[in-house]
Every structure is written in C-alpha cells, then in structure tokens.
Write a protein that binds this ligand. Structure first.
Ligand code: HAM
Length: 423
C-alpha cells in the first residue's frame, strides 16, 4: 500500500524550504519593527467559535470547515483562519486593558478549509496574520494595511494592488441592509438558491457570490460606501488620508465585502491578476464588535492575514530567485572503521565551532564519498585513515577550489575558518 498526502495538502521539501524561510524572515523583521509579538493558538477550537465569529452564512462555515467530535462528544473544528482564535484568547484571558497601548500580535501557521484544491488554493495552507487590539483610531487601520503592503514590497512580489472599502458599523449597516434587501427582492427569483437564502439572513453576502447571473444582477445595487453613517464616513476618510501619509497606494473598491462576518468599517484586500481565481494574496479589516461578542470587553481591533503559498507562487511566477541557504560545510570521510572514532571527534569539534559537519559511511569508497561532496555542494572534505591517525596530519580537500592540504589535526578548524568562502 502506497500512501499519498491527503488531497489539498502537500509536503514542503528540503529544496523548497528556502522559499518559506525567505518570506518568514521578512514577516519576522517587519512585525518586529512595528513591535508586534508572536502568539500561537491551538490548531483546533470549539466549532461554535468559528460559527459565531466567521458567521453561519459564510462559505467558510457553511461549506469549508473540518469538523469533528472528540471522544467526549465535544464539537470541534480545525481552524479555518486565525482571527477568531486571537479574539477568543483576548476575551478569555482579558489581555487588553484600555489604559495601555494597543496589543499588537502576529501569528503564522496552518489553517484548514475544505475547498476545491487548485493552484493557490489548498485544504491545508499557511497564513500569517497581524492583529492590533485596543484602538478605534484610523491610524491603526492604516498601520495594519501598511505592514501587509511593506511585506509584499520587501518580498518583491510584483504587480500587487491594494483595494479598500468600508462595510460600516452595525447602525449604518442595519439601515443599508433594508435598502439592499429591497433592491435584491425586486429580482428575488433570478438569484441562485444560496443568494436567496442569504438575502434573508445577511444580504451583504450576496456580493460574495461567484455565480455570473447573481454578479450581473447586483451591478446596480446600492453600495454600503454611499450609505455610511457620519462616524464611519469620517473614519474611512481618515484611513485614506493616513495611507497617503504612509505612501501606501490604494484604490477604493465598494465591492470588497470580505467572506467573513465579523468586519466593521475598514475592509481591504491585496490583489494580483496573474493567479486566476486566486486573486487575493491577503486581506483583512476592522472587527470592533468581535471580542465583546465572544464574551470579552468591548475592545476595538483591526487585522490582516496573508496566504504564504500565494506569495510564494507569485514570486515563482515572476522568476524570482530565492536566496540560497547554507549548505553542508564539511564532510568527514573515515577510511575504514579504525578512523570512525577520530572522525566523530572531529565532527563534534566542528559543531562546537558552529561549522556544519557530518561523518560519511566508513565502508563506502573514498571516490564515492567524494562524489557525494560534489552532489551536495559541500565545501570541504576531511579524510582520516590509518596514515592520518599515525601522523596526526589530516587531509583537507577544498572541494570547490579542487585543492588539497595536509593540516595538523588541531588546526583543521582554523584552516576551514580561514578558507571559508574561498571557492
Ligand atoms: P481571508 O481573506 O479568508 O481572511 O484569508 C486571508 C488569505 O489567506 C487569503 O487572501 C489567501 O491568501 C489565504 N487563503 C485563504 N484560503 C486559502 C486556501 N484555501 N488556500 C490557500 N490560501 C488561502 C482571513 O482569514 C481573516 N482572518 C483576515 C483577517 C485578519 N481579518 C482581520 N484580521
């Protein structure tokens, strides 16, 4: 029986890990510059947490959740995203007090959505996110949007555009929902079944529908952006002003409603147009009501997440060459079993000096072991056999330079250090 990784999942192989490290290093650098602290939350949570926060009528909760019962009959779900867990953690541990600076958190890890796998869409995928908790100020929305923008710029992802919108607060959205419902009801029967149901429960979700007929029908629908209350309109104006001050270019797209229910006011997406249907590299927005809704204090918050696979795919498509990572420095070749102890000692000395080294198979021929050095891009080989043990002089080969020296055993580390990088 030959096993395969489950559909929609994949392995990250040694030759690909540099791509992940490349983007993760940029994320670590920028989150640190903006003073965000890393947090790690469980990979599964109570099912109800996602139903309540992401929303019952969203695609994620309706169609894409991995749910299961544990041995005690508790209903659990693999996390489809990170924000609900962060809001749960803040509410549960009462993490933010209003006197302090906002709490700035970031995370990265696997998320799970049961969607149809295709390029840039997986069932297990990696997201990183930043969440700023405790400030209602528009400058914080702009800060979050700028972090995502800077990460994509620093990573050199080509042709990204930033689209922003406001989805209002519960007050103006309730009034707008009546307007929208009236509009949708005019052609009620022409919409798909999902949309007809959404019209009743959450009419804004109709903007999420991918069905071409529904998309066509809503072209002239009233927009949230034209129906914001004064406070939300002012907030949006200031977010735009702050983004301009930060030199972050954006366009306003009134159709950005996001596929999750917890948003209030600002909503945004980073878009590309060369990955087919997977046109969002990331997105986010403000969620001022979520923490309270999950049993915490009334704490405003704003955040964003990005899919790492899509960032890597964008870079691959543009022909970007990811920085190489360090190769094995030293291959120690024992010539026969009698040299094994000395070879192990040499390896341990090299490790103490922070030089990567492994011991080769003592039963393999010298020729074969030297071939492995070429194949694995090793810098040095140290050969130890009966003669070397007697004389205390080890043979050190500089593989790239194709040169060879006899070096006193105690001097091998110094020799390698001074010849490092000499090709
Ligand atoms: P989201 O838009 O659902 O937002 O996901 C953010 C990003 O995760 C997407 O733009 C995409 O890059 C990636 N992503 C989503 N689903 C998949 C998938 N099946 N395969 C590969 N990548 C995927 C959120 O998750 C919110 N938590 C964002 C947020 C943070 N809002 C406030 N704070």
């Amino acid at each position: 029986m030959k096993y395969q990784a489950p559909r929609g999942t994949y392995d990250i192989l040694p030759e690909d890990i540099k791509k992940w490290h490349y983007i993760e290093n940029i994320i670590r650098k920028l989150t640190s510059l903006y003073n965000y602290s890393e947090v790690r939350t469980p990979i599964f949570e109570q099912l109800d947490l996602f139903q309540r926060s992401v929303g019952e009528d969203t695609d994620i909760v309706e169609k894409e959740m991995y749910t299961f019962e544990d041995k005690k009959g508790r209903n659990l779900a693999l996390r489809p995203e990170g924000t609900a867990s962060i809001a749960r953690m803040v509410a549960e541990r009462n993490l933010q007090s209003s006197k302090k600076e906002p709490l700035r958190l970031w995370y990265e890890g696997p998320m799970f959505r049961y969607s149809r796998p295709q390029k840039g869409r997986h069932r297990q995928f990696y997201q990183f996110g930043v969440e700023c908790i405790g400030s209602p100020k528009p400058i914080v929305d702009a800060e979050i949007i700028a972090i995502g923008w800077q990460i994509l710029q620093e990573a050199k992802v080509p042709d990204v555009s930033l689209e922003i919108n406001s989805v209002g607060c519960p007050d103006c959205r309730d009034k707008y929902n009546i307007l929208l419902k009236n509009f949708l009801y005019k052609d009620r029967d022409k919409y798909c079944e999902d949309c007809q149901r959404r019209m009743e429960q959450n009419p804004l979700r109709v903007f999420d529908c991918k069905n071409n007929i529904c998309r066509h029908l809503i072209v002239n629908a009233p927009r949230m952006l034209d129906n914001l209350c004064e406070e939300c309109a002012q907030h949006f104006k200031e977010v735009k002003k702050n983004l301009e001050m930060m030199n972050v270019p954006f366009t306003v797209n009134p159709e950005i409603v996001r596929g999750l229910d917890y948003y209030t006011k600002t909503a945004f997406e980073y878009k590309i147009n060369y990955l087919g249907a997977q046109d969002a590299l990331g997105g986010g927005g403000r969620y001022d009501g979520l923490i309270e809704y999950l049993g915490g204090k009334q704490i405003p918050a704003v955040g964003l997440s990005m899919g790492l696979e899509r960032i890597i795919l964008s870079l691959e498509k543009s022909g970007f060459s990811f920085p190489e990572e360090d190769n094995l420095e030293v291959f120690i070749i024992p010539i026969g079993a009698e040299a094994l102890q000395a070879s192990i000692d040499m390896m341990q000395e090299l490790h103490k000096a922070d030089i990567s080294a492994v011991v080769a198979d003592e039963n393999s021929s010298i020729g074969n072991n030297l071939k492995l050095c070429d194949k694995n891009n090793v810098s040095f080989a140290v050969l130890i056999g009966g003669n070397e043990l007697k004389s205390g002089l080890y043979v050190v080969k500089n593989i790239k330079k194709k040169s060879q020296s006899e070096v006193i055993k105690e001097e091998v580390i110094n020799f390698i250090k001074t010849n490092e990088g000499v090709a």
